[in-house]
Design a protein around this ligand. Structure first.
Ligand code: F0G
Length: 350
């Protein structure tokens, strides 16, 4: 029997859930912090990779969702709703199924990785694809959830952040201290905001002597915070962070400033390079948005922003299986072969 209890029970004192009976959990969290054996030495860093793709639905979203859905249940809600580039919808659909709630999801048509869409559908959510982008979807969800008795579970919901902040606690527990830098992809900017809350709370309570500098990474075609202006038509291969007007923009900027960190952007080409390095040299299959954090770190080491020898954690936000099309498009063709030993030996060039 697993003695892992899920985030809410594990960090009970830090999370505002009052009624234990309302807890809706899939035993999220407790993800590995993997020591990098290739990128770290290559970049001259003490580098660790927080593999959030190993949460129950394959992304970090489960941390926030367990708290948001438990709170919704505590408050007597019957339905939840979100806009999503994919992962939030997969997580919302799974937790709604577990908690017996109806789930309504708005996604931008044609811009959702197939694994994520499959998750939302299989868990029985009502999925609507709108002819617009994530920012349009979120605007509509905000309006509908004020008109109907449906809980919004995007990261505008403060309970999402209360759950997501636990990733910082885990990192401090796993390292025995806070890292010097935390590198993280930024889309709607909820996660970076939550990490800062987490490091700050742990710093206060456990007298950890430092907090990391936050390095927030956006994709070049969807980099409103780096550019300092809304991006009307965001575009990037990293569909999870294809967002032009992040809801937590101000909070993210404040977190980066307070931590004396930095916001950077990377090209799709850089994202793909990092994606392939992670897969081929670290054995870690992540989705493109997650590789953005590593691409950003490589850039910031090259520009001298991060010094050699630094203790760095990169957050790998989602599993690579979420987006099989990108993986297959980037790989070579499969070799076809007849069914004999000789033919296989010949094809393999042995
Ligand atoms: N990485 C992945 C894999 C994501 O799915 C997201 C966001 C982010 C990074 C960025 O996190 O939005 O808190 O800054 N995905 C949201 C969604 C927008 O709808 O699934 P953020």
């Amino acid at each position: 029997m697993s003695n892992y209890l899920g985030l809410i029970r594990r960090y009970w004192d830090f999370i505002p859930i009052e009624d234990e009976n309302s807890i809706c959990t899939l035993l999220e969290g407790n993800t590995p912090l993997i020591s990098s054996t290739y990128l770290g030495p290559w970049l001259g860093l003490r580098l660790y990779l927080k593999y959030e793709g190993l949460n129950p639905t394959g992304s970090f979203k489960d941390r926030g969702m367990t708290v948001a859905v438990s709170k919704a249940i505590e408050e007597g809600a019957r339905a939840i709703m979100c806009a999503s580039t994919g992962n939030t919808s997969a997580s919302a659909a799974a937790y709604a199924a577990k908690g017996g709630l109806n789930c309504y999801i708005l996604v931008p048509e044609g811009k959702i990785a197939r694994g994520k869409l499959a998750q939302a559908m299989v868990h029985g959510a009502k999925v609507v694809a709108i002819k617009g982008n994530f920012d349009d979807a979120l605007r509509i969800v905000r309006e509908i959830t004020t008109k109907f008795s449906i809980k919004l579970v995007n990261s505008l919901n403060p309970f999402r952040l209360e759950g997501q902040k636990t990733a910082s606690f885990e990192i401090c527990d796993q390292l025995g201290r806070a890292p010097e830098y935390l590198c993280i992809p930024v889309g709607n900017a909820g996660n970076i905001t939550a990490y800062w809350m987490g490091f700050s709370e742990y710093h206060e309570r456990h007298k950890i002597d430092s907090r990391p500098r936050l390095l927030g990474i956006q994709a070049e075609g969807a980099a409103p915070i780096v550019r300092g202006e809304i991006v009307e038509n965001p575009e990037t291969i990293a569909t999870a962070i294809r967002i032009g007007n992040p809801a937590r923009w101000k909070e993210a900027l404040k977190a980066v400033e307070e931590s004396e960190g930095h916001m950077e952007m990377v090209s799709d080409k850089e994202i793909i390079q990092a994606y392939q390095l992670l897969a081929q040299k670290e054995g870690l299959f992540v989705e493109p948005a997650s590789a953005a954090s590593v691409a950003g770190l490589i850039k910031m080491v090259r520009t001298g922003w991060v010094e050699k020898g630094a203790l760095v954690v990169c957050v790998l936000t989602g599993h690579g299986l979420k987006d099989p099309d990108v993986a297959l498009d980037l790989s070579g063709l499969i070799t076809e072969c007849g069914p004999t030993v000789e033919q296989v030996i010949e094809k393999l060039g042995l």
